[in-house]
Design a protein around this ligand. Sequence first.
Ligand code: GRF
Length: 215
Amino acid sequence: MLFPRKHRLVILISGRGSNMKAILEAVKDGRIPHTKVVGVISDNPTAEGLTIARKYGIKTRYLSAAPYKTKLEGPAEEKYIATIKKWKPDLIILAGFMRVIKSRFIQSFPNKIINIHPSLLPAYPGLHTHERVLAAGEKESGCTVHFVNETVDGGKRIIQARVPVLAHDTPQTLAARILEKEHVILPYAIRLLLEKKISYESLTEPLQWRDEWKF
Ligand code: GRF
């Protein structure tokens, strides 16, 4: 085929959007080749990430998820599903989308939804990971890209990156060290999935990121 269809990504955010930005950069500079980010959706109208996406010329939507505060369900969920279906994505990326995704949404896009979480799953799912890692005296933490299923942060793991926990770490310093890795492994995982180097079916253990891979 002379002009094969580009891979299509939809990104969901709630706030800062630094992981989304890392994806947009990787698409722009060709590390995620032959791909278009077809839309960014936020459940928060003032998310900084929306402003960033617009600067990249990406279509953005604010879709309220009211009346719920922490989940996506009911009429709002239907609105998300309908909007995303129109965009025909190959992958949907939750990049700091701070809501629990329910089964209707998940079943509408089988094996197409991935999330980035700032811990070495299955350890420390949920919120306040860095505080809990420090309180437990862990020597290592990191981040995980995983498929989304009905268990919060519980779907099949795709790739992890590890960082040391240092003696004087605060939740903020640890978060910053991990975030640097998030910005690498999330775009890298997207590339591997789009190129079918890995798939939901083929994955057993998550890949372990190595800095010498230099993505
Ligand atoms: C990241 O730490 C991500 O792992 C978590 O939420 C944060 C989002 O940050 N799920 P950003 O909006 O991508 O900057």
